[in-house]
Design a protein around this ligand. Structure first.
Ligand SMILES: [Fe+2]
Length: 183
């Protein structure tokens, strides 16, 4: 019988990546565990003048980053295309503004958001959040004095980041960044 032999061989191999990659909940679990690791968090150089980041080994082929946020810095509005993801605050506190709406995929440069789609949350150290595909948000360190550090993970690895301007209810598509722009 060949079945037992193949089962044995499979059990001796490293655990395969789950089909479809890690879930957003698994990415959040990674982000929270990593944010609670003082050795990893402490390895990030901090710069009072701007954000800093280092690449981490994310679970199951995901893309992960450790990011430092001086007071008053933020990402601007953006999304992560078809990648799902999660992030967790390790130090300080971050604010996330997000949109509870799915944007049209293509064919627009400017659109007016409906009333009531804005969401906002604060993420204290030790907390995080997961998000699905096409999540639109901006992340800020609104503190006047305290540096923040956070852990981010995405799957699939980011194919692109769309960057938006925001003026009241009007969202404008400004730029599309590719991996060579941030790696
Ligand atoms: Fe983001």
């Amino acid at each position: 019988m060949s079945a037992p032999a193949s089962a044995s061989a499979a059990s001796a191999a490293p655990a395969p990546a789950p089909p479809g990659g890690p879930t957003a909940a698994e990415l959040l679990d990674f982000a929270l565990r990593t944010a609670a690791d003082p050795a990893i968090v402490g390895s990030l150089p901090l710069d009072p003048q701007g954000r800093t980041w280092i690449r981490l080994d994310g679970p199951c082929g995901s893309e992960a980053w450790l990011i430092g946020w001086p007071p008053g810095t933020g990402t601007g509005w953006h999304d992560h295309a078809e990648s799902r993801g999660a992030f967790a605050t390790a130090r300080g506190r971050l604010t996330e503004h997000s949109l509870a709406v799915r944007l049209p995929a293509e064919g627009w440069r400017s659109l007016e958001l409906a009333a009531g789609v804005d969401r906002s949350r604060r993420l204290e150290a030790g907390t995080g959040r997961a998000f699905g595909e096409h999540h639109v948000h901006e992340v800020l360190n609104e503190s006047a004095s305290e540096h923040a550090v956070s852990v981010h993970a995405y799957y699939p690895p980011l194919p692109l980041i769309r960057r938006y301007s925001r003026s009241g209810a009007v969202l404008g598509l400004e730029q599309v960044d590719r991996p060579e722009d941030w790696q």
